[in-house]
Design a binder for this molecule. Structure first.
Ligand SMILES: Nc1ncnc2c1ncn2[C@@H]1O[C@H](COP(=O)(O)OP(=O)(O)OP(=O)(O)O)[C@@H](O)[C@H]1O
Length: 273
């Protein structure tokens, strides 16, 4: 049976979503009863302290869940719909469609690059994974356009990942995550480990691409000020749960949890402007 996909409704709908690494009774889930929506064309920023469940939520939304007896998180409660696909207990077909429709930039984005492939080959890899016989010239054109879009010189295309700086590799990983023109990008701390001066640049590239290509995005971050440069819609996580969600100013102005109150005092209004 063919599923009809609604292209105007929210791209992500999580309802009481609970995700765990172990199903042992009594174990605390990494994501604990999360309810949220990401509207089509919107960007949701997610912040929270270390271990609050941000990466696990990102992995679940990107469909990167445990397969069989392998490692990784499992949805143990609630529901998660991404681009119209039910992610809980998704089978091979949904997994394959999601791999095409959802771009995923993992926290260790560099690990998504293959050391012995050139930058051009790395960025083109998802195209050939999808279709081995894809026209080489056309693929080259897509790759060059993306390298340019992430503001790298085209000369990097023939170089290898280790010949680039960390910030440059991060931008290559972003290009690779976008090469199949996904409808949704899930970026887990895209500025992680990058020099403070380059961070704004990477987020600027991401925001420009999002506007040009009109994809929706979930962007995990740890700095509200940084996230603010790309979105004003934020979810705050604490101990696996969402303790604040909505317009950033409003979430901070009317904290409904001690952690959000602490965040608000870290980012006083005059410093956020
Ligand atoms: N592969 C794993 N196996 C078992 N437990 C894990 C695994 N990855 C994360 N966890 C646990 O899940 C919880 C949430 O971790 P997660 O990485 O999602 O948080 P986070 O907010 O992204 O943290 P950080 O900001 O440090 O990346 C933590 O208690 C963590 O120890």
């Amino acid at each position: 049976m063919r599923t009809t996909i609604d292209h105007t409704g929210p791209v992500v709908v999580a309802d009481d979503l609970t995700v765990a690494y172990t199903t042992r009774p009594g174990a605390t889930p990494a994501v604990d009863g999360v309810t949220l929506q990401v509207p089509a064309g919107g960007i949701l920023g997610v912040v929270g302290e270390a271990g609050s469940g941000k990466s696990t939520l990102a992995a679940a939304i990107a469909g990167r869940l445990r397969r069989g007896t392998g490692p990784g998180p499992v949805i143990v409660g609630g529901s998660l719909t991404v681009l119209g696909h039910q992610v809980r207990d998704h089978g091979r077909r949904v997994r394959e469609v999601m791999a095409l429709e959802v771009g995923y930039l993992p926290q260790d984005a560099e690990s998504s690059l293959t050391a012995h492939l050139t930058i051009a080959e790395n960025v083109a890899e998802p195209i050939y994974d999808r279709d081995r016989r894809f026209d080489r010239l056309e693929a080259g054109g897509h790759v060059a356009a993306l390298i340019d879009a992430v503001r790298l010189p085209l000369t990097v295309m023939e170089r290898f990942p280790h010949e680039l700086s960390r910030g440059q590799r991060q931008r290559v990983a972003l290009a690779k995550a976008l090469v199949l023109e996904p409808r949704l990008l899930v970026a887990d701390e895209p500025t992680m480990g990058v020099d403070v001066l380059v961070r704004g640049h990477i987020l600027g590239v991401l925001a420009d691409l999002q506007r040009e290509r009109a994809f929706s995005a979930v962007v995990i971050g740890h700095d509200l000020r940084e996230l603010r440069s790309i979105t004003d819609r934020v979810a705050v996580m604490h101990a696996g749960a969402i303790v604040g969600i909505g317009q950033m100013e409003q979430v901070l102005a009317e904290p409904t949890h001690d952690y959000v109150e602490a965040l608000a005092s870290l980012y006083p209004r005059h410093a956020r402007l």
